[in-house]
Design a protein around this ligand. Structure first.
Ligand SMILES: [Zn+2]
Length: 509
């Protein structure tokens, strides 16, 4: 097979050059000399665009995103009327009695910022059960028919919101939402095509790898789809897979992700949840929410339950990736992980999101080599953060620059479909922060590290830009070095190269 020449780019170190890839690897890097390659090589003319190691999204939910494309998309609805209109179109498309699922509403975008209730939607869906997830995926709205089907009349506990008369409002949180979504038939035969759609979109956005979080509700179907597509050689990117603990037996029994996956797909670790989200006020905080003084969020597990689970994951040889957003949850995760990190955290255990991280927790993370997988886009999207946390705590929210400078290996990700899958938007958010706590803005070099070297390292992929190393590259359409950060979000991706193959390209010759 002939190779691929990326000609006339600005190399990762800022010098002009060209790169020739062959057999999946970097065959030769040319600096200031005319490349001498076989005549039948595929050529991409870079026209001075920046060539960087392949960008990796270190936390995303491609199945949820693919599924969202088939669901009622509620993102961008800024009032209950708009939400009702979108829901009505979904109900009209559904068969009688069929579940209608929507995702992406955000009461923070509504004029009065109050949560919707079943009273807002019951009349548009009188006979179809409806579940509408909030943008964060930690809180949802059920209509009366869904409550009836799920037999929730007596549902109790903080996961089920009730009005002053004791009636269910339809708002359910955390495990109650997971339980509701579990009841919805997922059309497993479509998971494969969902993933392929996301795979192609990710390639266009310049991503060469995804750290794919498999869901607790649908892991059987999702893992089967992943294994099927791997066997068919249908996926263009590299997948590093993270599963719920309860899925490990299934993976083993079906021998799903072992054997000859090469660098294409690998089961890396186990995803664990400790708390919810700030948007839903379910993230566990040390002190109460500034805009809800009686509420400090909720932990999903006790300290000892988490400790035992982390220890089990570690002893089985897997990487533990622990969802923790509030500082109380991050503290719980740090405590549990610090007991198994030994000298240098060889299993690369990490904290997902790590949103509210005050200095004491950052230094303990750095001391124990505990890593983080962060979502820069949260900074520019969560415009209500100051209300939730107050100005004082806001300085500890997404402190990317401090994390990096204090020695925490932090990788970037989108949490897509919570945020856009675009890594360029993530880099832009990390650099500009929409003006929020500018002292935590990162440099271009740091933003690139979030999505390249640190993301690779957080998934056990060693980045090496030398001859003989795997050829994964992202080629931008312009030279991004020295570009004003505000312009970065407009930068396009000219080509994406995975394993020496241009899986996306505008400039192939
Ligand atoms: Zn997530």
């Amino acid at each position: 097979m002939s190779g691929l020449l990326i000609r006339g780019c600005t190399l990762w170190d800022g010098t002009p050059g060209s790169v020739y890839c062959e057999g999946g690897n970097i065959a030769r890097v040319y600096r200031g000399e005319e490349p001498d390659v076989p005549a039948d090589a595929e050529v991409i003319e870079a026209s001075g665009g920046s060539l960087h190691p392949g960008l990796i999204d270190s936390h995303c939910h491609p199945f949820d995103y693919g599924w969202l494309k088939r669901c009622v998309d509620l993102r961008g609805t800024s009032n209950v009327t708009a939400l009702r209109m979108r829901l009505t179109s979904g109900v009209l498309r559904a068969a009688p009695g069929e579940w209608v699922v929507g995702m992406g509403w955000d009461q923070e975008a509504f004029p009065d910022k109050s949560m919707p209730s079943r009273g807002d939607i019951d009349d548009v869906a009188p006979s179809n059960p409806v579940v509408l997830s909030r943008i964060c995926g930690h809180i949802g709205l059920l209509n009366g028919e869904a409550i009836r089907r799920l037999g929730l009349g007596r549902g109790s506990g903080p996961e089920y919101e009730r009005d002053p008369r004791g009636e269910l409002t339809g708002i359910v949180k955390e495990t109650a939402l997971v339980d509701a979504l579990r009841m919805v038939p997922k059309a497993p035969e479509r998971l494969g095509s969902d993933l392929l759609t996301v795979d192609a979109e990710a390639a266009k956005l310049g991503l060469t790898g995804l750290h794919c979080i498999v869901s607790p509700e649908g892991y059987r179907e999702e893992l089967t789809a992943l294994a099927g597509l791997r066997a068919a050689g249908a996926l263009s990117l590299r997948y590093r897979v993270y599963v719920p603990f309860e899925a490990l037996g299934f993976v083993k029994e079906k021998r799903l992700l072992d054997g000859a996956g090469g660098g294409g797909m690998r089961l890396n670790g186990v995803k664990i949840f400790t708390d919810g989200s700030l948007g839903a006020r379910t993230a566990a905080l040390r002190e109460p929410y500034s805009d809800d003084p009686g509420n400090s969020g909720m932990l999903r597990m006790t300290d000892s339950e988490l400790g035992r689970l982390v220890e089990k994951v570690d002893s089985l040889g897997y990487q533990a990736v622990v969802h923790a957003i509030g500082d109380r949850a991050v503290e719980q995760a740090v405590e549990a992980l610090s007991l198994v990190t030994g000298g240098g955290n060889p299993r690369r255990h990490r904290i997902e999101h790590a949103s509210v991280v005050p200095r004491d927790l950052r230094s303990k993370m750095a001391r124990h080599g505990i890593r983080a997988a962060v979502q820069p886009s949260f900074v520019t999207s969560d415009t209500w953060a100051a209300e939730r946390l107050g100005e004082e705590r806001l300085r500890d929210l997404h402190p990317f620059r401090s994390m990096l400078e204090e020695g925490i290996v932090a990788s970037g990700g989108s949490d897509c479909p919570v945020e856009s899958l675009s890594p360029v938007l993530g880099m832009w958010s990390a650099m500009t922060r929409g003006g929020s706590v500018p002292s935590e803005s990162v440099t271009l070099e740091q933003a690139l590290a979030l999505y390249t070297s640190f993301a690779a390292s957080n998934g056990f992929d060693e980045l090496a830009l030398k001859e003989g190393s795997p050829a994964d590259f992202t080629l931008f359409d312009s030279d991004i070095e020295g570009m004003h950060p505000a312009l970065l979000r407009k930068v396009g991706v000219l080509a994406t190269v995975v394993n020496g193959v241009a899986v996306h390209s505008y400039g192939a010759g």
